[in-house]
Design a protein around this ligand. Structure first.
Ligand SMILES: NC(=O)c1ccc[n+]([C@@H]2O[C@H](COP(=O)([O-])OP(=O)(O)OC[C@H]3O[C@@H](n4cnc5c(N)ncnc54)[C@H](O)[C@@H]3O)[C@@H](O)[C@H]2O)c1
Length: 352
């Protein structure tokens, strides 16, 4: 009986692998994250009769600091090679277009970092800067031009947009095959549904899972808590962890007793944007912590008068968590690396 079940499982797995190979045959194997459909095993639940083994933690946990900069650099080196190979094979390089509206300082910095990352990896980049008071029609004209430009494979609109602009309408204008941010409802829907492979997964959640995998953290069967449920981070993060077979709880601004829920988690992903929200006492000893939050906090001793602080009280988490990403230098560099990966994949899809 068990043998038959295993055989069926193996056959489904190999079917999923074939499907993946056919559907995404041209994509790079730069990341260790597997195609999502390859994770879709049949959901046969076997009751456990043995009691769980006792869990013992040392009173002070040694905490591994997950170095996002180093991991992102490894990925970027592979992207450079892939871009070179593509140039040799088809005489083209991937192209990314970025639309920036207004002069918000944070947004300007994020965009500048993305453009520099493109330059450093051999990806062509084009920046369209529009004034704060521009109209929707102006932005749509720019997006239509990028949608039709065959040298551009990825298009992104830097968020947030000024209040007077309809964000949903504008984001929906980006062609699905070029939506490297993965924000379109179709990409999000495919991410949510078993048996579907989204063309793009949003960069920050994708980077968080890649960090977990590269740090040797097992996700399947673990309790994961995602703090935050925004469309660009929290929601896709929860969906992606679920596709990786974690048992996922979401904590948001209306959650009652977030501390208690978080303390159940083997994996905590914090993306609320509230400095030091998660205290050491919120964490189960041995939990793995991915801190997405990035908030500028005034600090006159720093060069620019502020420093970046995460959602997790880093000093308190050290000694409790088994692993943690620092802020800065954790998730941030991975988000950019995933954007480059998505752009490369988009280019390969239409070039080979
Ligand atoms: N490192 C990166 O690459 C990267 C990328 C994107 C966003 N970020 C950072 O991540 C953070 C979140 O970004 P976002 O765009 O998702 O923000 P957002 O404001 O759109 O969403 C915040 C979410 O947190 C929840 N929340 C707010 N207060 C809470 C509380 N007290 N307890 C529990 N949940 C609470 C809200 O319900 C909401 O869902 C920000 O600091 C942002 O700068 C970092």
């Amino acid at each position: 009986m068990l043998f038959i079940a295993r055989k069926a499982l193996a056959s489904v797995h190999s079917k999923a692998s074939r499907l993946t190979a056919r559907e995404v045959h041209c994509l790079s194997s730069i990341l260790l994250s597997p195609p999502l459909v390859s994770l879709d095993f049949p959901e046969n639940w076997t009751p456990h009769s043995d009691p769980p083994p006792p869990v013992s933690f040392e009173s002070v946990q040694k905490t591994l600091v997950i170095d996002g900069k180093v991991i992102a650099e490894e990925i970027r080196t592979k992207i450079v090679n892939e871009v070179c190979k593509m140039k040799k094979a088809v005489g083209k390089v991937p192209g990314l277009a970025v639309v920036l509206v207004g002069q918000q300082r944070d947004s300007q910095t994020y965009v500048r970092n993305k453009i520099i990352a493109c330059e450093e990896t051999g990806i062509k980049s084009v920046l369209a800067e529009l004034p704060e008071d521009c109209t929707e029609e102006q932005i749509i004209r720019v997006l239509t031009k990028f949608n039709e430009d065959t040298s551009i494979h990825g298009v992104l609109v830097q968020l947030p947009l000024p209040q007077h602009l309809d964000e949903v309408k504008i984001l929906n204008m980006v062609r699905l095959e070029k939506d490297v941010d993965g924000f379109h409802p179709l990409h999000m829907g495919n991410l949510a549904m078993r048996g579907r492979e989204p063309l793009f997964v949003s960069c920050t959640p994708k980077g968080c899972v890649e960090l977990l995998i590269r740090s040797g953290v097992e996700i399947a069967g673990k309790n994961a808590v995602v703090i935050g449920r925004s469309n660009i981070v929290g929601l896709p993060m929860s969906l992606l962890l679920q596709r990786h077979d974690a048992t996922v709880s979401t904590v948001h601004a209306f959650s009652k007793d977030p501390e208690h829920i978080t303390r159940e988690a083997d994996i905590v992903v914090a993306a609320a944007g509230i400095p030091n929200l998660v205290r050491g006492s919120w964490l189960k000893p041995g939990a793995v912590v991915i801190d997405v939050g990035t908030c500028p906090v005034e600090d006159s001793s720093c060069e620019h008068g502020y420093r970046l602080v995460g959602d997790v009280c880093y000093e308190e988490a050290l000694g409790v968590a088994s692993a943690i990403t620092p802020v800065p230098g954790g998730v941030g560099p991975m988000t950019i690396a995933m954007l480059l990966c998505n752009t490369l994949d988009a280019a390969k899809r239409i070039s080979f």
